[in-house]
Ligand binder design. Structure first.
Ligand code: ATP
Ligand code: MG
Length: 264
């Protein structure tokens, strides 16, 4: 059975793309067949997995509007995951899709054609709650919310959770929220922990274990077009491997391990 997980938060720069690439690479290293979907017109996931969006002749955009078969657009990556890439064309998909009936289902329909080839599909949503994110949430079985552990991290979480509720009511009744992924976490400060405790409380949203520490390796990796999972071991890649293992155990039937921020 294929598990489809959306990585969503309309707030920008919270590590949605980094989480998608890193968890994908960690799973692929364990011989899980992984497809990652870039749903962001910025094409950051595509770029971070070694493909230049500006050089691609077809992308998820063409699939969503019905101009290409999804199987013809897939790319291999050095990280071992298959990529459904994005290009800036996707910025226009929003307008094109809006005029179509059933527009929230375009990605779900496309993935249905290839899902049997993959154990896990990860969908990197863009930083907005528009029709692309609705496509991601409609195609997914589950969603995680990366949260940067900074002041005001919670802003927008309520709106995202309301969107998820609407998706559950209208296009995808089976969508489950697994919880938050704490990113750019600094365990040395009580601040990161307080932010997490606050979000958990306020929204009753569990934080998946482990939090992902802030490390400079991520910036280096995304600038070089290779995921942080390749190259030298570092505390970020170790944390993402643990998160991938946590998800995998959950898919095999174990309860998800959650992180309880110590009260300070
Ligand atoms: N654990 C980390 N430590 C340090 N830097 C990180 C970490 N995770 C992500 N980053 C950096 O933070 C920036 C934003 O990350 P990323 O692009 O994954 O976020 P995003 O939520 O996908 O952004 P957008 O909303 O624009 O799509 C990137 O420069 C990335 O390299
Ligand atoms: Mg992104």
């Amino acid at each position: 059975m294929t598990r489809t997980l959306a990585i969503a938060n309309q707030k920008g720069g919270v590590a949605k793309t980094t989480t998608t690439a890193s968890v994908g690479a960690a799973l692929a290293a364990e011989d899980v067949a992984v497809l990652v979907v870039d749903l962001d017109p910025q094409g950051s996931l595509t770029f971070s997995l070694g493909h230049d969006p500006d050089q691609l002749s077809a992308s998820v955009h063409d699939v969503l509007i019905g101009a290409e078969e999804v199987a013809d657009v897939l790319l291999d990556t050095e990280d071992g995951v298959t990529l459904l890439p994005a290009t800036i064309d996707l910025a226009g998909a929003e307008a094109l899709l809006l005029m179509r009936p059933g527009r929230e289902y375009a990605l779900k329909r496309a993935l249905g054609e290839i899902a049997q080839d993959y154990d896990v599909i990860l969908i990197d949503c863009p930083p907005s709650l528009g029709v692309l994110t609705l496509n991601g949430l409609t195609a997914a079985d589950e969603v995680v919310v990366p949260l940067q552990c900074e002041t005001l991290a919670h802003r927008g979480v309520g709106q995202l959770l309301r969107t998820v509720t609407e998706v559950q009511q209208i296009t995808n009744p089976d969508l489950a929220i697994l919880g938050a992924v704490a990113t750019l976490f600094d365990a040395r400060t009580t601040h990161s922990r307080d932010v997490l405790a606050d979000v958990t409380d306020r929204y009753d949203l569990p934080v998946l274990s482990p939090p992902i520490p802030r490390t400079v390796r991520f910036a280096e990796a995304s600038a070089s077009g290779s995921s942080v999972m390749r190259g030298r071991k570092n505390k970020g890649s170790v944390a993402y491997r643990e998160l991938a293992a946590n998800l995998r155990a959950h898919w095999a039937g174990a309860p998800l391990e959650t992180y309880e921020a110590p009260v300070s």
